[in-house]
Write a protein that binds this ligand. Structure first.
Ligand SMILES: *Cc1c(COP(=O)(O)O)cnc(C)c1O
Length: 498
């Protein structure tokens, strides 16, 4: 299987090239040239396998230029005791016909671990095949979850280093603590005076600085990114939807062939796109339900066919979905337009120039057959957390709660009784203050650790070990710098690593 670009028909590369390169030079995203199919026998064969073995089977379909041994090595390193449950992606039964797919049992307690625990290994294999003898230097600008998950994924991975920049005032106390206490001998973390855009622009400036890349090149170092548009992050996400279906069959909740709905709390459209790919591969899926918070650009798009980012940006209690440009949507539109790179160039050119485009009626029709979309406010989100805890003694985080609320709206509106899997993207303790106040707690004057201890007491749930552990860990990274100082900070770090 080869990979193409969504914006250039002439590109035809291997999966290793797609993963090593990340983004196509003309700005397009890499997509598989044909989706592999999975049959009833393939899915049934997964039922009795471990998560790592399930991942092995699915990866083999997509990474055809990797050897079996290479794939085996990657999945074994990624999906083991770094997760706190043997099933890795745990399927929890909420009530008859509604299931929660817990994607947050990894080291940082958020679903980004599902991909970022394996990306470093996919990337080092890919680099060996395409740019041998190069050391990979990962640069990340983060507003929270991605930075920590990338640090945990890349820490002590041979042949790589990772530098993470976050806005000094733009992340939660827990997120700051998680990053400042990061362990590993190849990691660098630094706060930047400014907001997330300053961090991101600083990182982009380093990537495009010819002098820096020349100096690094002479040192045998290649810059790369762990961004969510890398195919090496998307492919691992397809696995858990197929795995969840296999678990439903294994647990006799469904018979093979019975369709399920999948609900996904959505930001950059990566997670729900993976569910779309699973459906297109042949997994019996009915509706894909796209849930947004007050930043509801996708809800409007799916309902009207008009994507318009010219709107107010809201800071919400589900910050990982506070996004106005959902990059991975480009991949969906590429497939639904019949791989029409000209149309993609036109639409994404308009998005860049005017912040707005409208898809053709045919594409709009296909979208409305595949997807349902809905959104909800912070008040609705908190009410959903409280309602779910009251009814089922199940404590959800704020992002999962958006999905839960949109799904209940969907059910009311359509009467659809199809069995449904809700993707749960973070452990509730990651967003302790919002969750504690949702279940009636009073956070005023309390620090993050006191809040999560009170949440534990009130709900009888348990603080996950990785979050509890940050309390007594040594703070290793205290630096706060101006955006202009970022290039020097990175080059100093990389030179010291040599
Ligand atoms: C990143 C993230 C999301 C959004 O996922 P996308 O793939 O960007 O749509 C949702 N919830 C949490 C907790 C996240 O960290």
């Amino acid at each position: 299987m080869n990979y193409k670009s969504t914006r250039d028909k002439s590109i035809n590369i291997t999966s290793a090239q797609a993963i090593a390169q990340g983004l196509s030079t003309e700005g397009g995203l890499f997509v598989p040239d044909a989706l592999p199919k999975i049959t009833e026998n393939d899915v049934l064969a997964l039922c009795d396998k471990s998560y790592a073995d399930r991942a092995f089977d699915i990866f083999k379909l997509f990474l055809t230029d990797f050897t079996d041994e290479e794939i085996r090595n990657c999945v074994t390193k990624a999906y083991g005791d770094n997760f706190d449950t043997e099933s890795i992606a745990e399927l929890s039964h909420l009530l008859t016909g509604t299931y929660i797919l817990e994607l947050w049992h990894g080291p940082t307690c958020a679903f980004k671990d599902m991909a970022l625990q394996i990306l470093p290994h996919l990337l080092t294999v890919s680099a060996k095949k395409t740019v041998p003898d190069k050391e990979i230097a990962i640069l990340v600008a983060t507003s929270g979850d991605t930075g920590k998950a990338a640090l945990e994924g890349f820490k002590n991975v041979e042949g790589t280093t990772i530098s993470v920049f976050y806005p000094e005032e733009g992340v939660s106390d827990m997120q700051k603590r998680q990053m400042a206490t990061q362990e590993g001998n190849n990691v660098f973390v630094c706060a930047v005076k400014g907001n997330f855009d300053d961090c991101q622009n600083g990182v982009k400036a380093i990537f495009t600085d010819k002098e820096i890349s020349k100096a690094l090149e002479e040192n045998g170092i290649m810059l790369s990114s762990a961004n969510s548009i890398n195919w090496g992050r998307l492919c691992p996400q397809i696995v858990y939807y197929i795995s969840a279906y296999a678990d439903l069959v294994k647990n006799e909740e469904i018979k093979y062939g019975e369709k399920i709905n999948i609900v996904v709390p959505t930001g950059n459209f990566g997670n729900i796109l993976a569910a779309y790919y699973a459906k297109e591969m042949g997994l019996p899926v009915n509706k894909l339900i796209c849930a947004s918070n007050a930043n509801n650009v996708l809800t409007d798009f799916i309902k009207t066919g008009v994507y318009d980012k010219n709107r107010k940006f809201y800071t919400t209690v589900s910050p990982s979905m506070d996004i106005l440009i959902s990059s991975n949507l480009e991949r969906l539109l590429y497939h639904l337009s019949g791989e029409d790179t000209e149309l993609i160039n036109k639409w994404f050119g308009l998005l860049k120039d005017e912040g707005k485009y409208e898809v053709s009626p045919q594409v709009k029709e296909k979208i409305s057959q595949l997807f349902y979309a809905g959104c909800c406010s912070d008040d609705d989100t908190k009410a959903a957390i409280n309602d779910c805890f009251d009814s089922y003694s199940y404590l959800m985080d704020t992002h999962t709660a958006v999905a839960y609320k949109v799904y209940s709206d969907y059910k009311k509106e359509t009467g659809d009784e199809t069995k449904t899997v809700i993707a749960s993207t973070a452990n509730p303790y990651k967003f302790g203050a919002a969750v504690y106040s949702a279940v009636g707690g009073d956070c005023s004057g309390l620090d993050e650790f006191t809040i999560i201890e009170k949440l534990e007491e009130k709900t009888g749930t348990t603080i996950p070990q990785p979050l509890a552990a940050t309390k007594n860990k040594e703070v290793r990274f205290k630096g706060v710098i101006e955006r202009e100082a970022m290039p020097k900070a990175v080059t100093d770090f990389l030179n010291n690593q040599k």
